[in-house]
Ligand binder design. Structure first.
Ligand SMILES: *[C@@H]1O[C@H](CO)[C@@H](O)[C@H](O)[C@H]1NC(C)=O
Ligand SMILES: *[C@@H]1O[C@H](CO)[C@@H](O)[C@H](O)[C@H]1NC(C)=O
Ligand SMILES: *[C@@H]1O[C@H](CO)[C@@H](O)[C@H](O)[C@H]1NC(C)=O
Ligand SMILES: *[C@@H]1O[C@H](CO)[C@@H](O)[C@H](O)[C@H]1NC(C)=O
Length: 590
């Protein structure tokens, strides 16, 4: 009886053992698969130029932490932003697609999303790699600057909000840091040519009204007092209107949100860097035991410049240099946190800037240069054809596969981060849309020496100003400029307009295009003439074909920068306190 029982139990028992073993194996393989997936720690600096970083040849600025990423990993010397302005560049970075495909290429005069209460932004059907990582179980966070919109409908929906584009957690500003966010009374509006013109007209009106008044007083003309005084009043009102608007720029746009709530409005710049660092440290601490993606997106080194007391006056390069050095300090703090948790070996680190240094950025107060430096590169922010606007100081580190001290001189794009990250996370790149990025790992590991991408387009807004061509053999990297901005006489910037234009009488068209070999002449000083280069015509025609092929792949989509989409709508204004007097400080909510 007993023996019988044992016998009948045996198969059940061994089945159970086998099942458990199988389960154990399965579980192990699942966990080891999970363990294989790296964390992603991506930094984006705002408006930092190619010449602002130690390891990119600046020997007087101190950026030891960025330099360390390069020496322990790789330096990308030819890494290109898809646009020379924040909103479009960031849209391309997160989606791996040229901004023109998502409607995030600017149209007309507006170069970025101008306020927090408009309906333009990264469309809901665009997929960021944050979304794909989140779906795959990553904890995801954006700390810092977003600038890709909030609401997509006039009724309010927060569909452009980072929480709806793959970030579990958001702490930062939905728009950008503005000159107006500082405490020194400077405003970005004062820099704009339209404001300067407006002011001239206002002054002319006021002077006119005052002279009429004088003539009336002296009995030289016959007008009624009432009409004269109303004219004067209207002039004064018209003149005061932009001032009121400018005063409101600060409370309405200089705000921090935590997820969907306003956390601080207006923000105080002074301790903003350590505040954002603290948020990133907290996120790493809370998610150290699972795969995470942290996007630390600096509000630095854009104006308004800001630094803690510790960094004020510390650099050899004025307020701007102090900002760069504090930014580097922040990078170091966050890297230390990763290291302390023993995660350095399994964390993919990347740092870049969204567009080049803004050469026309000069303080109204004391004439100090407040924009970044693009080193030997020509041009800067807002100029999409010249490398100063788009070639970004970029470093990355991933000890598992990238040898320390790697240098990649081949052209790569910020759009490449999308497929590279997905591949490392063992995910597929979406097949239902054009993705312009390429996996960078073959170049980073040295399994490939020449990029397999032949062309890169350089858009200014929605028109192609230049195109880059990397032939499969030889060392040349050709760039043809079809359109270049008109610089102010004797300068290499558009100081009168604060930013160069993309079209109209602000640009010159070239036929044949200006041709450079960027590999030999990165500063784009000597255009190649048809006489000196026997293959000139062939190169130009190859590039022309590349441009046409690209253009035929671009579909017409709704512009996110249309007048309707950039209009400020008071009821969409994120506001804590009583509108229009939006105000609360960190104590109020957090
Ligand atoms: C180094 O950077 C600072 C500011 O970041 C700048 O003022 C200086 O011109 C740069 N030096 C070089 C050699 O590019
Ligand atoms: C950041 O965290 C540190 C340590 O907890 C704290 O001492 C510091 O006051 C915090 N800084 C800010 C600006 O929140
Ligand atoms: C890349 O270049 C190096 C050095 O020139 C060479 O040793 C290596 O074989 C090349 N690799 C490939 C994949 O072509
Ligand atoms: C998103 O929707 C717009 C409008 O319907 C469409 O034109 C576009 O192709 C869509 N984009 C993607 C990536 O599906």
């Amino acid at each position: 009886m007993a023996a019988g029982t044992t016998k009948s139990l045996e198969p059940v028992w061994s089945g159970f053992v086998r099942f458990s073993l199988l389960c154990l194996l399965l579980c192990l393989s699942v966990t080891s698969k999970q363990d294989d997936r790296p964390n992603f720690l991506l930094f984006m600096v705002d408006d930092m130029g190619y010449g602002d970083v130690g390891c990119f040849g600046n020997d007087t600025i101190r950026t030891p932490n960025i330099d360390r990423i390069a020496s322990e990993g790789a330096k990308l010397t030819h890494h290109l932003a898809a646009a020379s302005m924040c909103s479009p560049s960031r849209a391309a970075f997160l989606t791996g697609r040229y901004p023109v495909r998502s409607g995030m290429a600017i149209r007309g005069g507006m170069r970025v999303l101008p306020n927090t209460a408009c309906t333009g932004g990264l469309p809901a059907n665009e997929t960021t790699f944050a979304t794909l990582l989140k779906q795959a179980g990553y904890a995801t966070a954006l700390i810092g600057k977003w600038h890709l919109g909030l609401h997509c409908a006039a009724t309010g929906s927060l569909c452009h909000h980072p929480n709806n584009h793959g970030f579990d957690y958001f702490y930062g500003t939905p728009i950008t840091n503005l000159r107006d966010c500082g405490e020194d009374g400077e405003s970005v509006i004062y820099m704009m040519p339209v404001y300067k013109k407006y002011k001239q007209i206002c002054w002319a009106g006021l002077v006119g009204a005052a002279s009429l008044l004088l003539m009336k007083f002296l009995g030289k003309i016959q007008v009624r007092w009432l009409s004269l005084l109303s004219f004067l009043a209207i002039c004064t009102l018209v003149m005061a209107f932009p001032k009121v608007f400018i005063l409101q720029l600060n409370p309405w746009n200089c705000l921090l949100m935590e997820n969907e709530k306003v956390a601080e409005q207006p923000y105080s710049l002074r301790d903003l860097t350590p505040k954002l660092v603290n948020k990133s440290l907290k996120f790493i601490e809370e998610n150290a035991d699972r795969p995470f993606f942290l996007f630390h997106s600096f509000l630095k080194v854009h104006t308004a410049l800001f630094a803690t007391e510790e960094f004020e006056g510390r650099s050899l390069h004025g307020r701007y240099g102090d900002n760069v050095e504090e930014m580097d300090w922040a990078v170091g703090r966050i890297l230390d946190a990763v290291e302390k948790r023993g995660l350095s070996h399994k964390t993919f680190v990347y740092l870049t800037s969204d567009n080049g240094g803004h050469v026309e950025e000069i303080s109204v107060r004391d004439g100090q240069r407040e924009g970044g430096h693009n080193g030997i590169l020509r041009g800067g922010k807002g100029m999409a054809g010249w490398d100063g606007g788009i070639r970004m100081p970029t470093v990355l580190r991933w000890p598992k596969a990238i040898r320390p001290g790697t240098v990649v001189d081949e052209p790569t794009s910020q759009m490449d981060v999308f497929p590279t990250v997905l591949r490392l996370a063992q995910l597929k790149t979406p097949g239902d849309r054009v993705v312009d990025g390429r996996d960078m790992m073959p170049l980073l590991t040295g399994s490939r020496n020449v990029t397999d991408r032949r062309f890169l387009m350089h858009y200014c807004g929605s028109s192609i100003h230049a195109a880059r061509y990397r032939p499969p053999t030889g060392g040349a990297v050709w760039k043809a400029h079809y359109t270049t901005p008109n610089w102010d006489l004797g300068t290499e910037g558009c100081y009168r307009t604060f930013l160069c234009q993309c079209s109209g009488d602000g640009v010159t068209h070239h036929d044949p295009p200006l041709l450079f070999d960027i590999a030999k002449d990165p500063a784009e000083r000597s255009p190649i003439s048809p006489e000196s280069e026997p293959k000139f015509a062939e190169i130009i025609s190859t590039i022309g074909r590349g441009v046409r092929d690209h253009m035929s792949s671009v579909e017409e989509v709704e512009s996110q920068f249309s007048l309707r989409n950039i209009l400020w709508r008071p009821w969409l204004q994120p506001c804590c306190g009583n509108f229009p007097f939006c105000s609360c400080n960190s104590g109020a909510y957090i």
